[in-house]
Design a protein around this ligand. Structure first.
Ligand SMILES: Cc1cc2nc3c(=O)[nH]c(=O)nc-3n(C[C@H](O)[C@H](O)[C@H](O)COP(=O)(O)OP(=O)(O)OC[C@H]3O[C@@H](n4cnc5c(N)ncnc54)[C@H](O)[C@@H]3O)c2cc1C
Length: 360
């Protein structure tokens, strides 16, 4: 019998977990190693909006659009009923001509979107007090608790014979005759045929044995979780000064600015309380919102803002998958990268997102 290829995945966030499960599904012997908490760093501090609304290039839109479908199809493999929901989004971060431009942009790309007026918004969100003149409704979008999705994937992986090792820091890579032979870790050397680096924001640190380094512009963001409240909102709301969603257990998850960076010297508690005040001002609702968890996460952002996925040129057997919007993208990236690693099948969807665009 042919020996199964042994694949080591570094990082147990939603991206690493997805690659791992896809590799296992294609018949590989898979080990996931994680230095910290299982479920990931950014993945456990993410807003988790699944969307293709914002894509700075046609290629990126195509990738994100296909990724939303791949996420939806995950339910055939995993029970995610408590961690993923498909309530659609109401968006009014901009207003006036800018909102119309964004809407036309979505229509041009064939994205499911509708421009709603004040009354239509009020009908969809009866508890909204501060109702905007117009908003874009994108009904096919959803939201995920990304670390819970990652853990569900890892559970499936171990149920099917894969391994997960936590407290294991990958420090370097070793090669024999120009081919990857093993990874060096704090608990010893592990032999493998291929490695996938899904190390998120830490990718900028590089690894011994590999001179190629990913230039990054990682950005911090604040997420606040509240205690459960009565049914308040029906959609993901992306407003002019706050974005928030209501989870299956009644809690709210909220964030401040969508893709910027946190100001230096920010006091998390003050900002969290400000975020909740902004929500309260928007809703006809008398109960105090109580913050139960305030998280500052680091978005893994490659320097040009786009995903980096594929083989690192000159390093046979070494693959990387690092990106912002990794929640939206993870299920598809896992499938595409696993096919590339194990079947040598390269998807045109990844053509613009190769590591080779960074030469250092
Ligand atoms: C505030 C915030 C809001 C966001 N909102 C959204 C959103 O709405 N929609 C969206 O799609 N995306 C969003 N993102 C981005 C998204 O969360 C990330 O792109 C995604 O979680 C990245 O997943 P990952 O698995 O690549 O990284 P991570 O979840 O960070 O996992 C990487 C793992 O690798 C481990 N690791 C690193 N180095 C090593 C090593 N040497 N050895 C062993 N283990 C190692 C780390 O400990 C970590 O657990 C947001 C992120 C933040 C912070």
């Amino acid at each position: 019998m042919k020996k199964k290829p042994k694949i080591l995945i570094v990082g147990s966030g939603i991206v690493g977990a997805s690659i791992a499960l896809s590799c296992l599904n294609l018949g590989a012997d898979v080990v996931v190693v994680e230095k910290d908490k299982l479920g990931g760093a950014a993945s456990s501090k993410s807003f988790g909006w699944i969307n293709a609304s914002f894509a700075e290039s046609p290629a990126y839109f195509d990738l994100r659009n296909a990724a939303v479908d791949a996420f939806r199809n995950l339910k055939t493999e995993l029970n995610l009923s408590q961690s993923v929901s498909w309530q659609g989004t109401l968006w009014w971060e901009d207003s006036g001509q800018e909102l119309k431009n964004q809407f036309n942009n979505l229509l041009d790309r064939g994205y499911a979107a509708k421009l709603l007026n004040n009354n239509e918004i009020k009908n969809l969100e009866p508890n909204l007090k501060d109702v905007p003149e117009a908003a874009i409704f994108t009904p096919l979008e959803g939201a995920a608790e990304a670390d819970r999705v990652a853990l569900a994937m890892l559970r499936r992986l171990t149920d099917e014979g894969g391994k997960v090792i936590s407290g294991c820091i990958v420090e370097g890579l070793k090669f024999k005759e120009d081919c990857l032979s093993s990874v060096q870790t704090n608990i010893g050397e592990m032999s493998c045929d291929m490695v996938a680096l899904a190390t998120g924001a830490a990718a900028e640190n590089g690894l011994f044995g590999c001179d190629w380094k990913l230039p990054m512009q990682n950005k911090k963001g604040l997420i606040v979780q509240t205690s459960p409240v009565q049914d308040l909102i029906n959609h993901i709301l992306m407003t002019d000064d706050v974005h928030f969603k209501q989870n299956m257990d009644g809690t709210l998850t909220a964030g401040e600015i969508f893709s910027g960076d946190l100001e230096e010297n920010i006091v998390a508690l003050d900002l969290a309380s400000d975020v909740l005040t902004r929500i309260s001002r928007k809703l006809d609702f008398s109960t105090n919102l109580i913050p139960t968890n305030i998280k500052i996460g680091t978005r893994p952002v490659p320097i040009d803002g786009f995903p980096v996925v594929g083989n690192i040129e000159g390093y046979k057997g070494v693959f990387i998958a690092v990106m912002h919007s990794g929640v939206t993208l993870a299920p598809l990236i896992g499938q595409l990268l696993a096919s590339e690693m194990l079947k040598n099948s390269k998807s045109p969807l990844l053509g613009s997102f190769r590591p080779s665009r960074f030469v250092n």
